[in-house]
Design a protein around this ligand. Sequence first.
Ligand code: GTP
Ligand code: MG
Length: 203
Amino acid sequence: MNVTSAVFDRSSQKVSQIPSGGLPEFAFIGRSNVGKSSLINMLTGRPTLAKVSGTPGKTRLINHFLINDSWYLVDLPGYGYARVSKADRQGFSQLITGYIRKSPSLVFLFVLVDSRHEPQKIDLEFINFLGENSIPFGIVFTKADKLGPGKVKTNIETYGRKLLETWEELPPMFVTSSEKKQGRDEILGFIDQCLTDLHKGEE
Ligand code: GTP
Ligand code: MG
């Protein structure tokens, strides 16, 4: 799929503010600093579309970007950032869980995890929450450029084994590097396929 246009649509601090036009939404979630905003910029080929920062907790609102005038990429706030106040942290999680549960146009959620790390409790808990709520999701391993290919492969296998302790089958998985533009065709191709399936369902 070609991204011919990518424009910022809005930031929402409440679920009631998100777009209501019914266009399909593909959202990105994960721990703070995992690389959600960088991935959105890499996928769209617009390096400054979503704000990137070395300081965790940059994205605090739900940001909708309209792609090709027909669907949205959604940048969600990071979870698990300990340095914000407890009240703020609860606010984030309510915003995130509220969006995930209530957004009728959410088609697929990409859960980002850092490819360098072992499976983290907070991510596994989040994935279980998705399962309990029947939310279609996949896993995106980020920052693959920071590891050798062999190590990336072993870490993904470890992740898969961990998930199979709870799940019967593995979700779609993507290996990415925003730095090296790795994984772009796979993710955009996957979204394209989801959009095609949606349109078939409507016929
Ligand atoms: P919050 O909005 O704070 O939750 O963070 P985020 O998940 O949106 O992360 P962001 O895209 O802002 O990136 C965090 C840091 O990681 C930045 O310093 C990025 O430059 C860096 N980063 C993101 N993706 C990659 C990648 O693929 N490779 C490398 N080497 N660095 C990356
Ligand atoms: Mg961000």
